[in-house]
Design a binder for this molecule. Structure first.
Ligand SMILES: [Zn+2]
Length: 206
């Protein structure tokens, strides 16, 4: 006698482990991470946030499934709103960056950002990321960190391009504030050449 070992997929929230239930009240056992229409509608009606998990066009490729149960979705929405309120705090200092980054770009410091050596990188009213001077363990100042912002509650760290490194062989820090801001605005490839103003040596480190 032999047994076929059947593996199946039960959709669940990767954040808290909550398992989905189907219209019949049972845990759905799926062959893959592709949710059927009925199950998808049922879960959405119960507050699940669902992205992906579909066959992608004619190709037998499925889009990655991204799930959040109702409770985690609500918690995320609260955190996101808080994060966005914080980003929108009034500026106490603004530097016009249009000459270096193009129309509408600016650097903004809110109350308290100066001590953190932090600047938001804005395009119009939209925050596109932030840059901050790095302070080493001995309290010394070194290069600049850059993060990109695409909405939500998190910023993504951006590595410095090879021609803008603070220190050789480490892409963790950018050489100057404005280069870091350029990184946020352009999201360059590692090999991309920085603009001419950055090569002139006139670019302030402060
Ligand atoms: Zn959850």
């Amino acid at each position: 006698m032999s047994f076929d070992r059947v593996t199946y997929y039960v959709p669940r929230c990767p954040w808290c482990g909550t398992r989905a239930t189907g219209p019949d009240g049972q845990e759905p056992r799926l062959e893959s991470e592709v949710l059927g229409e009925e199950l998808r509608a049922h879960m959405e009606a119960r507050g699940w946030q669902i992205a992906g998990g579909e066959w992608n066009g004619r190709a037998r490729v499925r889009t990655p499934l991204n799930l959040r149960c109702a409770r985690c979705a609500a918690a995320t929405a609260v955190r996101t709103a808080k994060f966005e309120r914080d980003l929108a705090r009034p500026a106490v200092r603004t530097v016009d960056m249009s000459a270096r980054l193009g129309d509408g770009w600016s650097l903004v410091q809110r109350d308290g950002d100066e001590e953190r050596r932090l600047w938001l990188v804005r395009h119009g009213e939209r925050t596109r990321g932030q840059v901050a001077r790095y302070v080493n363990r001995r309290g010394g100042l070194s290069g600049w960190q850059a993060w990109a912002y695409d909405g939500g509650e998190l910023m993504l760290h951006l590595d410095a391009v090879s021609a803008a490194l603070w220190r050789e062989k480490s892409s963790f820090l950018w050489r100057t504030r404005d280069l870091a801001a350029w990184g946020v605005a352009v999201r360059p490839k590692h090999s991309q050449t920085p603009p001419a103003w950055a090569r002139s040596g006139a670019s302030a480190r402060a």
